[in-house]
Write a protein that binds this ligand. Structure first.
Ligand SMILES: NC(=O)c1ccc[n+]([C@@H]2O[C@H](COP(=O)([O-])OP(=O)(O)OC[C@H]3O[C@@H](n4cnc5c(N)ncnc54)[C@H](O)[C@@H]3O)[C@@H](O)[C@H]2O)c1
Length: 376
């Protein structure tokens, strides 16, 4: 079996590459080595046993050549992060996925299955329940609400605070450029896969962490930003009140989800959440980082918020669970592995403190005029 892994030099893709090699597959990587992810070129962990093609998944000739002789495709390459070049998200993430199917169909390539990396981001502001009015999908919180420091989601019918539900696959409500591009890619893949009889699966990863996460991406990465600041003795800057919840997943669990859905026909033509299923508040996350890296300046609730952030995002993992998948690793292992990776890489690069300043000057991080700090 030969598998093409797009984005195989990246964080998740490289773990998949290693695992596919261990499974005895022949692996071809197609990766453009995006400078924001790989400023020093090809990462040292790229295995010699994998064939490496440097190129853009949106380039027709490059992708056509990379698909030659391939049985399976793992499409992990994507443009991501909190960048303001909106059009590029669609141009890379959605167009590359459509091009993949276009080439397979046009050249009648004998690809047997495609796994597409999607994201929990497709849920947008999430799924909520009001005791009186039932379930609803909120619109993103307004700038006016955020400026008032009113962080929680209210029922649109009665304005009472609503309860977040675990995110379920059947509905989605994306609104930022990344989320829309991932849903477009996912719908394109599942739709064209179905119409042309190419078994396809979309996996909606929650926040994935572990070894080989890029230490350079400018904006994102609570793990990298918190660890970096703690190592420098700087306060961990927490947005909103720190009680927003997220769902953190170890990369090894993501790899297992890919292997399982690749092997199982019951998964075909469906989207699955791949998450921990457990809520962790950002404050708790910060505290766990400080337990591991003591001696810093504590936690600073800055009274700011990040444009486009949602309040609570925790995926239900029952659907993938019914195929036998379980997340096996918790936050402690995630942080241990990430810190080991930082150490083996010679530390976190110095531009991280600038990321916060940069987000402020780019209007991504904004101040909530009347935000009330929660004691930490
Ligand atoms: N890491 C997460 O928390 C997370 C969460 C949800 C979804 N995802 C999705 O998982 C996939 C992998 O993410 P990751 O965290 O490993 O990211 P990453 O940035 O570490 O890896 C992405 C790789 O894709 C390559 N790439 C980017 N644009 C390309 C292009 N046009 N042509 C060829 N290669 C290109 C990059 O050089 C990089 O090596 C992405 O599709 C991402 O949207 C990741």
């Amino acid at each position: 079996m030969r598998i093409l892994v797009t984005g195989g030099a990246g964080f998740i893709g490289s773990h998949l590459v290693d695992r596919f090699l261990r499974e005895g597959m022949q692996v071809r990587i197609l990766d453009s080595l995006e400078p924001r992810v790989h400023p020093h070129g090809a990462p040292r962990y790229l295995p010699a046993r994998a064939e490496f093609v440097r190129g853009d998944v949106c380039d027709r000739n490059t992708l056509r050549a990379a698909l030659e002789g391939v049985d399976l495709v793992s499409h992990q390459a994507a443009y991501q992060d909190y960048m303001p070049d909106f059009s590029r998200f669609l141009a890379v993430n959605a167009v590359s996925t459509a091009l993949l199917f276009e080439l397979i169909v046009a050249h009648r390539l004998p690809v047997k299955k495609i796994i597409v990396a999607s994201s929990q981001a497709v849920y947008g502001e999430g799924q909520y329940h009001c005791a009186q009015h039932g379930d609803f999908q909120p619109a993103p919180r307004s700038q006016a609400q955020l400026q008032r420091g009113e962080w929680e989601i209210s029922c649109p019918a009665c304005a009472r605070t609503a309860q977040p539900r675990r995110l379920e696959e059947q509905s989605n409500n994306p609104y930022n450029q990344y989320a829309v591009s991932k849903l477009a890619a996912e719908k394109t893949a599942l739709g064209l896969g179905w119409l042309h009889g190419i078994p396809t699966v979309a996996l909606r990863y929650s926040i994935t962490q572990g070894q080989r996460q890029s230490l350079y991406n400018h904006y994102s990465g609570v793990c990298r930003i918190f660890c970096s600041r703690a190592l420098q003795g700087l306060p961990l800057v927490v947005y909103e009140d720190g009680c927003q919840t997220r769902d953190f997943l170890h990369v090894d669990d993501v790899v297992e989800a890919n292997l399982l859905t690749l092997a199982r026909d019951e998964a075909n033509f469906q989207a699955f959440n791949v998450g921990s299923g457990r809520p962790t508040t950002i404050l708790d996350y910060a505290r766990q980082v400080l337990d591991l890296i003591p001696g810093g300046a504590g936690i600073e609730i800055s009274g700011e918020y990040r444009r486009g952030d949602n309040r609570h995002s925790v995926s239900s993992v029952g659907k993938l669970g019914s195929l036998g998948w379980r997340p096996t690793r918790g936050l402690a292992e995630i942080l241990d592995d990430f810190l080991a990776w930082v150490q083996s890489s010679g530390g976190i690069p110095q531009q991280v403190p600038d990321a916060i300043a940069h987000m402020r000057s780019a209007g991504v991080v904004l101040s909530a005029a009347q935000a009330e700090p929660v004691p930490n």
